[in-house]
Design a protein. Structure first.
Length: 83
């Protein structure tokens, strides 16, 4: 990698929107659950038109038999794991 490429990569990393970090953490956390069948990013992040003010549209597929337990634990899981 050239010095210019390294400098550009460092600049891009320094200016990476915080949503990417939150989205990555959330997707890793949810993907670890055997109840989750699908994770789909939609909206501006999916189309590459997001900016620093964009929200993250994430669709989570959950096994029907696991849905009640998953939804019961969801808020506590997110509050404790993504803070």
């Amino acid at each position: 990698m050239s010095a210019t490429d390294a400098a550009l990569e460092a600049l891009a990393a320094a200016n990476r929107p915080e949503q990417f970090t939150v989205m990555d953490q959330t997707m890793r956390l949810l993907a670890a659950s055997p109840a989750v069948t699908h994770l789909v990013v939609r909206g501006s992040f999916a189309t590459g038109t997001s900016d620093r003010l964009s929200d993250v549209d994430l669709v989570v597929g959950v096994r029907e038999t696991d849905y009640p337990a998953f939804t019961a634990a969801h808020d506590a899981l997110i509050a404790t794991s993504l803070n």
